[in-house]
Design a protein around this ligand. Structure first.
Ligand code: PBG
Length: 337
């Protein structure tokens, strides 16, 4: 009978997991409140701080609430906000979106006055302001033989997006973020900003933005669901990663300063590939549906909200995002400090 000795030359990875301090020492990805951009929904009126039913813990805020909000964000070391507006009224061409006294324009002025250091980013899109809820203006497409059908007119939308971005810059926005997914809008907005003298106003492009079911809670919050059809003729097909990289490349060529992948969780591969392929700052949008799912599971007691949130945000950062737009920003910042 032969005895066989098993060589014990396996790797003991557990050696570095024995204590919290040891684990902290070898951690590769660290979240910080400085990674976060916090979305705000601003509304007309006074004294409004109304919880959004689809997004527990998020609020519609009137202008008088914004200074307090800015103070809180500063105390949490969160450097930036992105603004979404709830207009007083909607029309076919989304007029309040580019009105000098529109809700977002007023909110920018209020925030910049209250907190000059806060980076105020504005979402540039039409869907919150149009009666039909689409991200651009409509035209009736008449395909021969087909029934007349409205479609979003790419090129007719561009000047209105430029106007929107300019009205935000006029109000003092630090950065504009087009989320409409019209082709050529980054170039058009860059041109418009430069011509108006805003050569130093950066553009954060929602570059790879998919037609996603994860935006459901946001559309309740912003009252921006399309009234007919869907957004698939302008937002991307979630099945396409190579196309996402081409979208990002195109936006960089058109002048984007920061590029974004959205939504974040189903697209960690695209975030990682974009990080490899491009050297521009990369943002990921941890969207409303991702947030709402965590809140629902936590409320039901099935997950530890703190741990699951930090795990998700760490994963997005580890994939390659330099910054994360997230509704969890304030909670996460509290947990991290
Ligand atoms: C506007 C816009 C949307 C989101 C950000 N900007 C909605 C949409 O495209 O329908 C979604 C954000 C979220 O779900 O948190 N176009």
């Amino acid at each position: 009978m032969t005895t066989r000795t098993i060589p014990l030359d396996f790797t003991r990875t557990r050696r570095l997991r024995g204590s919290q301090t040891m684990r902290d020492l070898v951690r590769e990805t660290r979240l910080s409140p400085q990674d976060f951009i916090y979305p705000l929904f601003v509304a007309h009126g006074t004294g409004i701080r109304q919880e959004i039913e689809s997004m527990p813990g998020q609020y519609h805020l009137s202008l008088d609430q914004l200074a307090g909000e800015a103070t809180e964000l500063k105390s949490l070391s969160i450097p930036a906000v992105i603004l979404f507006g709830l207009p007083a009224s909607k029309d076919e061409v989304g007029s309040e979106g580019y009105a000098p006294d529109g809700i977002v324009q007023q909110a920018v002025r209020t925030l910049k006055q209250a907190a000059p250091d806060l980076v105020v980013i504005t979402d540039v899109c039409m869907c919150e302001y149009t009666s039909h809820g689409h991200c651009g203006v409509l035209r009736v497409a008449q395909d021969p033989g087909a029934e007349a059908q409205a479609e979003v007119d790419n090129d007719a939308t561009l000047p209105l997006l430029v106007r929107t971005a300019l009205s935000h810059a006029d109000a003092g926005a630090d950065m504009v973020a087009p989320s409409d997914m019209m082709d050529g809008r980054v170039a058009a907005i860059r041109d418009g900003l430069d011509e108006a003298g805003y050569v130093n106003t950066p553009i954060m492009a929602y570059a790879a933005k998919q037609a996603s079911a994860f935006y459901g809670p946001f559309r309740v919050a912003a009252d921006s669901a399309p009234q007919f059809g869907d957004r698939r003729s302008y937002q991307m097909d979630p099945g396409n990663a190579r196309e996402a990289l081409r979208e990002i490349e195109a936006d960089i060529e058109e002048g984007a300063d920061i590029v974004m992948v959205k939504p974040a969780l189903p697209n960690l591969d695209i975030i990682a590939r974009a990080r490899e392929a491009f050297d521009h700052p990369l943002a990921a949008y941890n969207v409303s549906g991702e947030y709402a799912m965590v809140k629902a599971a936590a409320a039901a007691g099935y997950v530890d909200e703190q741990r699951i949130t930090l795990e998700i945000l760490t994963g997005i950062k580890r994939a390659g995002a330099d910054m994360i737009i997230t509704y969890h920003a304030k909670d996460a910042a509290r947990w991290l400090t």
